[in-house]
Design a binder for this molecule. Structure first.
Ligand code: DAH
Length: 339
């Protein structure tokens, strides 16, 4: 019996030593100490032991049992420690690694400039409206007093979709749409995309943006136009900005003008920016032509108004000192992130 016990003890020790994981340790436990285990079986054969030897034998079995339990416990702790170690080394985080950079988008210079223009005119009581980019010939040309044989209607400049439908070449058509749908007083600006059949270069693009503006009320005069646009220029480009109106021609305004602002870079002295002129042209404007008012259902004997059209890209290029318009359309984040 004693021999048998020794054998079991040695066998258990060896198996525990060789066990590789928690599962095999558990199998060993069951195999020796379980209900049908080898050690349990030996206890059952107690009856074959002489009565006087039984207490000593029982003690021996218990000793072996607790020894095996002890070994199992130690082996289990070792296995767990090893598992933890390998998991930790696998999950290790190197806190010195550079963080992953989350690139966020940037507002486009056009967007920033437009928001500034809008803010200024909203502050003067103007409403922001919009019109369709695919427009009728009537709104883009005819209702603006642009006769059928006007050079602007030439197919070289205008993208026609059908004979009567085109991609608008200017936002001025929105003036007519607003006059048709609203009674004066009207104060509106209409920013939007326009299209012209131009080759791409540093100052041209087949698609660009304008901001149309118009005010219609009783007794609006050229002095209102000058005062309003001069104030706009000061708020947009700085308090000391001077403005200059040069006579011009637009079919839908009479009289018409172009407005220059004193170069905010050199303050009028002349520099690379204003091409030595000291002045930079930023918009076209004029008193709304009586014919245009009449065609849109507004009585020119009662009402008058002025209108203007600002080139948005021009403002953005000037404001942010960008010298090639193409940069505005490439959407290169390295460029955009500078604004
Ligand atoms: N539509 C003109 C253009 O594209 C700009 C313009 C000039 C708009 C005078 C106006 C205006 O409203 O009064 O060149």
């Amino acid at each position: 019996m004693k021999e048998k016990l020794k054998e079991i003890q040695e066998k258990a020790r060896k198996q525990i030593e060789e066990a590789t994981g928690a599962d095999s340790l558990n199998d060993i436990r069951v195999g020796f100490l379980g209900k049908k285990g080898e050690l349990t079986a030996i206890l059952k054969s107690m009856k074959d032991v002489a009565p006087e030897d039984r207490p000593a034998f029982g003690q021996m079995v218990n000793d072996v049992r607790s020894q095996i339990e002890q070994q199992l416990m130690q082996a289990k702790a070792a296995v767990e420690a090893k598992e933890l170690e390998s998991r930790l080394s696998f999950e290790k985080i190197d806190v010195t690694l550079p963080a992953k950079k989350n690139n966020i988008g940037h507002r486009h210079p056009n967007t920033i400039a437009l928001e500034e223009v809008e803010k200024i005119f909203i502050g003067m009581g103007y409403e922001v409206v919009s019109g369709p980019e695919v427009e009728k010939d009537y709104y883009n040309f005819e209702a603006l007093n642009i006769p059928a044989d006007h050079p602007a209607k030439d197919e070289q400049d205008t993208f026609y979709i059908t004979k009567d439908i085109l991609l608008r070449t200017q936002t001025s058509g929105v003036q007519v749409r607003v006059m048709e749908s609203k009674k004066p007083p009207i104060r509106m600006i209409a920013p939007g995309r326009v299209f012209r059949s131009d080759e791409v270069d540093a100052t041209h693009s087949p698609s660009f943006h304008q901001i149309e503006g118009m005010i219609i009320d009783k007794g609006v005069t050229l002095a209102d136009l000058k005062g309003t646009l001069a104030e706009f220029a000061r708020r947009m480009f700085g308090e000391d900005t001077k403005v200059k109106f040069r006579p011009h021609h637009f079919p839908f305004t009479e009289p018409s003008a172009e407005m220059d602002v004193s170069c905010f870079k050199c303050k009028g002295k002349g520099c690379r920016f204003c091409k030595g002129e000291g002045w930079i042209e930023i918009l076209g404007c004029g008193m709304v032509h009586p014919k245009v008012l009449k065609m849109s259902g507004i009585d020119p004997d009662v009402y008058s108004g002025f209108a203007f059209g600002i080139g948005l890209e021009r403002i953005a290029l000037l404001k942010y000192e960008i010298d090639d318009m193409r940069l505005l359309y490439e959407n290169d984040v390295r460029f955009l992130s500078q604004f």
